[in-house]
Design a protein around this ligand. Structure first.
Ligand code: C5P
Ligand code: MG
Length: 185
């Protein structure tokens, strides 16, 4: 398994799609799974809806359950987990439930300055249909990223499990570096 992190708009989903195409991994986006769960109108739908609009991190019990269910369904067992663990609560919740049963190769971090992320998200807002791609939600998501996700990045770094790629470059340049990490995995 590889965890894929980066600020909103850093290009996590884009690069994961490339990895799937070239190397046949299974891409699971925590945000996509939460949006799909919200759409089912299940007991958690309203809660998820509020959290996403506020850019807040959904309680880990919900997210881990969705991830494990999706992993169960996948034939390939090489997983790209995109947008998770997004907070220390996510991180601890994962290791409490899964422990060392799943081998984590590394955490891939796409680093990009906020001004560029904002520009991308506002451009994406024209077509994404996402109700959190508006300037108020975007600002909240940046704040949560700094406060809650950066400590997770630091944790992987301290464990010598962090691979950092600058994603301010073009999609092709980021891909050029990203694929080097996967070709021998
Ligand atoms: O990764 P993505 O931008 O699609 O995530 C959208 C939203 O989904 C986040 O802002 C957050 O509200 C929620 N999310 C979460 N926990 C995660 C990943 C996403 O609560 N691990
Ligand atoms: Mg995404």
């Amino acid at each position: 398994m590889v965890f894929v992190l980066g600020g909103p708009g850093a290009g996590k989903g884009t690069q994961c799609t490339n990895i799937v195409k070239e190397f046949g991994w299974c891409h699971l986006s925590a945000g996509d799974l939460l949006r799909a769960e919200r759409a089912t109108g299940s007991a958690n739908a309203e809660l998820i809806n509020t959290y996403i609009r506020e850019g807040k991190i959904v309680p880990v019990e919900i997210t881990v359950k969705l991830l494990l269910a999706a992993m169960e369904k996948s034939e390939t067992k090489k997983f790209l987990i995109d947008g998770f663990p997004r907070s220390l609560n996510n991180y601890e919740g994962w290791y409490d439930v899964v422990g060392d049963d799943v081998h984590v190769a590394f955490c891939l971090f796409f680093e990009c300055p906020e001004e560029e992320l904002e520009r991308r998200l506002l451009a994406r807002a024209q077509s994404s249909g996402r109700d959190d791609d508006n300037i108020e939600s975007i600002r909240k998501r940046f704040k949560i990223f700094i406060e809650e996700t950066m400590p997770v990045i630091d944790k992987f770094k301290a464990k010598d499990q962090l691979k950092l790629i600058s994603s301010v470059q073009s999609i092709e340049e980021v891909w050029g570096q990203t694929k080097l990490l996967f070709k021998d995995l």
